[in-house]
Design a protein around this ligand. Structure first.
Ligand code: HEM
Length: 427
């Protein structure tokens, strides 16, 4: 017998993992903001309501954005404003020392450092690396006539691109690649007591500490040198620990998310009737395709907030201390925002850029332009060198009855593997 939807655990249920969209559609009739039966937290599925929460950092702390809403608060909330209690317990939260969980002035200061990092000249040099490396990876795969995209192409590609941008020495890049490849997912559905293992992050942090000290003493042109010598807007200097945390997060945040987005997009392009041909004929459609894939199947399913004050979402009262799942994947398919065809793929959908797959407000993804460039560059490399790309029916079944395995994460949406058959260009 199928389990009633209200009893299914968003954080551990394999059925929710396979089809989170169906879970959200079944929860939607309970209202855009509803209380879960399985956990003491709210689930926000409405587009407007998700935007409202993300745009209200004064009332909603980001402290649990990585730790999630799966666990009770590590203290008993007292009164109508628990901001001070939350800060006092920051060290109890996974990722509490990472920018994505910061609030208020601390976040504003660190975010200002990020904006120094993506200078036009640095991005231009990185774009050249991206094109060259994408071309190399694609041509090797195409020579074989087939490829498993996630591990052979997407993951090494995004690791090397961010390593190049940041100025990680080439001799260390493969070390990072290997460590990331063996790492556990974030938000694992299989490890409910400790779903986010930070060991890869700590591994990278050690290297970042060394690089930052070297670059502070002997700055070059790269992003790590920029960080090592940066000041906050008020002229004061960030301490080394803060810089290590930021550079490590920048390096790690776009790994799995970007790799999975590339695979999600490839799946749509290859399986949506005529789409591959349309893109072959008109490459200017690639960004449109990408935004629509982000809306329908972005690689971050949800982020989390905790109400720091008694507040509201729409007209629903939210007491201080209540945790909130901001379901980005549900917002992307909210028929109130996207219409009756919200579940369908549609190129050039009006207002598509307003999707929330990179978040919204002060914590909006800092790496969104890089992620978009990475995926578009790899698509161009594949389309340049092939006449046709197919999903491997031998691995995933025939069109209309495909099988995919998904990364067992309540945060990331993406396939564990994607096997493709590749037909090289003949003329
Ligand atoms: C498809 C790829 C990506 C997706 C779907 C994605 C998604 C997101 C989302 C939803 C947030 C907001 C979290 C929140 O509000 O709680 C975020 C924040 C962030 N992302 Fe990404 N991301 C991607 C790639 C990247 C890349 C490539 C980088 C780095 C180069 C990056 C760096 C960051 C940083 C630093 C933040 C925190 C910003 C802040 O707290 O102010 N992301 N990302």
């Amino acid at each position: 017998m199928t389990q009633p939807i209200k009893e299914r655990d968003y954080f551990t249920d394999p059925g929710v993992l396979r089809d989170p969209y169906q879970y959200f559609e079944e929860m939607r009739p309970r209202g855009p903001v509803c209380q879960l039966e399985t956990h003491d937290c709210l689930l926000v599925t409405g587009f407007e309501e998700c935007v409202e929460v993300l745009r209200n950092p004064a009332d909603f702390s980001s402290l649990n954005s990585l730790a999630s809403s799966a666990f009770p608060l590590p203290f008993t909330p007292e009164g109508s404003d628990i901001s001070a209690q939350l800060e006092a317990h920051r060290d109890k939260y996974v990722g509490g020392d990472m920018v994505v969980t910061y609030d208020d002035g601390h976040h504003t200061n660190v975010r200002a450092l990020i904006s120094l990092m993506f200078t036009p000249s640095r991005l231009k040099a990185n774009a050249a690396f991206m094109r060259e490396y994408a071309g190399e990876l694609a041509s090797k795969a195409i020579a074989d006539g087939k490829v498993e995209l996630v591990h052979t192409i997407a993951t090494p590609y995004v690791t090397m691109v961010i390593a190049d941008l940041m100025g990680v020495p080439p001799e260390d890049r493969t070390l990072f690649e290997a460590k990331i490849a063996e790492g556990q997912t974030v938000g694992s559905i299989n490890d409910p007591d400790s779903p986010t293992d930070m060991s890869v992050v700590y591994f990278i942090a050690e290297f970042m500490g060394r690089y930052l000290q070297e670059r502070a003493a002997n700055p070059g042109e790269d992003l790590l040198s920029e960080l090592a010598t940066a000041s906050y807007p008020d002229g004061s200097k960030p301490d080394l620990i803060e810089l290590i945390s930021l550079s490590t997060f920048m390096f790690a945040a776009g790994q799995d998310t970007s790799a999975k987005l590339l695979a999600n997009a490839m799946r749509y392009v290859v399986d949506e009737p005529d789409l591959q041909q349309q893109l072959r004929e008109d490459r200017s459609l690639i960004p449109w395709m990408l935004e629509e894939v982000l809306r329908l199947e972005g690689s971050s399913k949800a982020t989390h907030r905790v109400a720091r004050r008694d507040t509201k979402i729409g007209d629903i009262a939210v007491p201080a201390g209540k945790q909130v799942i901001v379901a980005l994947a549900a917002a992307g398919r909210d028929p109130k925002r996207w219409g009756d065809d919200a579940n369908e793929f549609k190129l050039k959908r009006p207002g598509i850029k307003q999707h929330v797959s990179f978040g919204r407000g002060s914590h909006t993804c800092a790496g969104a332009p890089l992620a978009r460039a990475e995926v578009a560059t790899m698509f161009n490399a594949f389309l340049d060198q092939t006449d046709n790309i197919e999903i491997s029916a031998a691995h995933h079944g025939a069109r209309g009855a495909r099988n995919y395995e998904f990364e067992p994460s309540f945060i990331i949406r993406g396939m564990d593997n994607l096997h493709l058959d590749l037909q090289a260009k003949t003329k």
